[in-house]
Design a protein around this ligand. Structure first.
Ligand SMILES: [Cu+2]
Length: 474
């Protein structure tokens, strides 16, 4: 059987790539994680959803909009990525999820510029005609991870570890970093919040950097849907402005370096899911932080020394597009357990809104806790009536001196010409069944970046900065 051969191949490939768990990380079921990713990958390989060609008459892929940023000289670039075909509710992926495009890697992601500094960013989801796609029409930006791959890029919380999200886009935590993420609440990251006088930091995108996505979308309709993932960037063109700080992002996760998914420990009532602890492995000043939980969640707490530095609080169904009444007023089939009111925003903490700590220090101990209460907020249930997997994630944006590397690691070689590594996954696979045209029209895959000289891995003794594995506490 073709799919079985593929499965064996994938198992062999992942094993070879070193995805075998280190023995110290016992709190994560790596076999389960691996199986989920392999099955998810197989699902889109056998033609259930994925990147397709632009439908006729689709809105343009790149537009310049009027920026609302108070920082002088900022341009707003809106990019439309994909489009992605999302299977309908009658199609169940091999991993068991109906109506979903599950953790789909796309490494053919054009940047908004060759070199610029990003001061704000927000994700969205749109139909080909440019109309907003959300829960009221059965579409859901379930999860997306935005990675930067390039010389000097290091992931502060997965460095030195095997990591599924990095592996998924053909990279490692030693040559790439997760720098942005979005759920359907579509939180606007606003480093430029202080305006013209106060914004002296941004995420500096360099010429050698490549971008990659992991895309996870849901479709509660009875027919397949094609949607674009949009990304709106506010940028300052060219090198990092003089006197500005660059940004490093710290990714906290209850299932760190895995799929981010956690099984709910309870089917009702209150509980907490926690990430592992992290000791800062670089210096910098905390600019902002925001959290992500799933429906049923009340607050994501970012703790330092056991005290909350930021409470990222959920709000539900603030606008009609976040209310799911079902398609045609009925929650059909596998969609019957989907909640009515969904998380429509999560609060963030910028600058002085961080309660205790504004500077990173190696003696601090950081941890996140996702507080859930299914009695207060409805979760999403599967076809069998069981609560679906949940998440607790926070992204902390830290202002750093340009060129900052994780402690104990060497700076990358200057220049950093990218050597071809492996073909970009997002453009290399065959068209899904039923796609109008082969994805030949998709942008040619740029070779995945590989730093000219990968930063030397830190010796074992330097690994104290790594977060340990996440876990649950009732
Ligand atoms: Cu999520």
């Amino acid at each position: 059987m073709k799919s079985f051969a593929l499965y064996s191949l994938l198992v062999a490939a992942t094993a070879q790539a070193g995805l075998i768990p280190p023995t110290s990380n016992e709190r994560i079921d790596w076999k389960y994680e691996q199986k989920r990713q392999i099955l998810g990958t197989l699902t889109w390989l056998v033609g259930k959803g994925g990147k397709v060609a632009d439908p006729a008459g689709a809105a343009p892929r790149r537009v310049e909009e009027k920026s609302t940023s108070a920082v002088p000289g900022v341009r707003r670039i809106k990019m439309r990525y994909g489009p992605y075909s999302v299977p309908n509710m009658n199609k169940t992926g091999i991993s068991g999820e109906p109506g979903s495009l599950w953790n789909y890697p796309d490494t053919a992601i054009p940047k908004p510029c060759t070199e610029c500094t990003i001061v704000s960013q927000r994700a969205g989801l749109e139909y080909p005609d440019g109309k907003n796609a959300n829960i009221d029409t059965g579409m859901w930006l379930h999860h997306m991870v935005h990675l930067t791959i390039g010389p000097g890029r290091q992931d502060a919380t997965c460095f030195g570890r095997t990591s599924l999200p990095h592996f998924d886009v053909g990279a490692t935590p030693a040559n790439s970093e997760r720098y942005f993420s979005s759920g359907n609440e579509r939180t606007h990251v606003q480093i430029d919040k202080l305006g013209a006088a106060g914004t002296k930091a941004g995420y500096h995108l360099k010429p050698a950097d490549k971008m990659a996505f992991i895309v996870d979308l849901m479709n509660m309709n009875m027919e397949d849907k094609t949607v674009y993932l949009t990304m709106t960037y506010d940028i300052v063109e060219g090198p990092l402005p003089a006197g500005w700080k660059d940004i490093k992002v710290v990714w906290f996760d209850a299932n760190q370096c895995g799929t981010s998914e956690v099984h709910p420990p309870q089917e009702s009532g209150k509980f907490v899911i926690s990430g592992g602890t992290w000791k800062p492995n670089f210096d910098g000043e905390i600019l902002g932080v925001g959290g992500h939980v799933h429906d049923g969640g009340e607050v994501l707490k970012v703790l330092v020394g056991g005290q909350s530095n930021c409470d990222s609080v959920t709000k539900y169904g603030e606008t009609p597009e976040y209310i799911f009444t079902g398609m045609g007023g009925m929650k059909m089939g596998a969609a019957h357990g989907v909640a009515t009111k969904h998380i429509s925003s999560m609060t963030t903490c910028y600058y002085e809104e961080n309660k205790i700590v504004r500077k990173l220090s190696p003696d601090q101990v950081w941890q996140i806790k996702g507080h859930y209460d299914y009695d207060k907020f409805e979760g999403n249930k599967d076809e069998k009536g069981k609560q679906e997997s949940i998440m607790a994630i926070a992204l902390m944006y830290v202002g750093v001196e340009p060129g900052t590397q994780l402690r104990g690691t060497a700076a990358p070689a200057a220049g950093g010409s990218a050597a071809p590594a492996r073909p970009a996954k997002g453009a290399a696979r065959p068209a899904p069944k039923g796609a109008a045209a082969a994805p030949a029209a998709a942008p040619a895959a740029a070779p995945a970046a590989a730093p000219a000289a990968a930063p030397a891995a830190a010796p074992a003794s330097e690994h104290a900065g790594m977060a340990d594995m996440g876990g649950m506490a009732a």
